[in-house]
Design a protein around this ligand. Structure first.
Ligand SMILES: [Zn+2]
Length: 73
């Protein structure tokens, strides 16, 4: 696995995360302030977003809802 450098959008704490190589957003819990934020790997780095500021396509939960909707009911 590759490690990516990420920065907490709340407290600017620099951390690293293990990356599975997929360009999909994941939730990260900051090791310093403990808040949850979104890290979205991109071609030129990692976007670190506060969940309340993220678009639906950058929000892991929201994506899951959209992709799971209507599959089985
Ligand atoms: Zn933090």
């Amino acid at each position: 696995m590759k490690s990516l450098n990420i920065t907490c959008p709340y407290c600017s704490n620099a951390e690293t995360m293990e990356w599975d190589g997929l360009y999909k957003p994941v939730y990260v819990h900051c090791g310093y302030c403990g808040k949850k934020y979104i890290a979205e790997p991109a071609a030129n780095g990692v976007n670190c977003l506060k969940p309340e500021e993220a678009d639906c396509c950058s929000d892991p939960d929201c994506r899951e809802l959209e992709m799971g909707a209507g599959a089985e009911d």
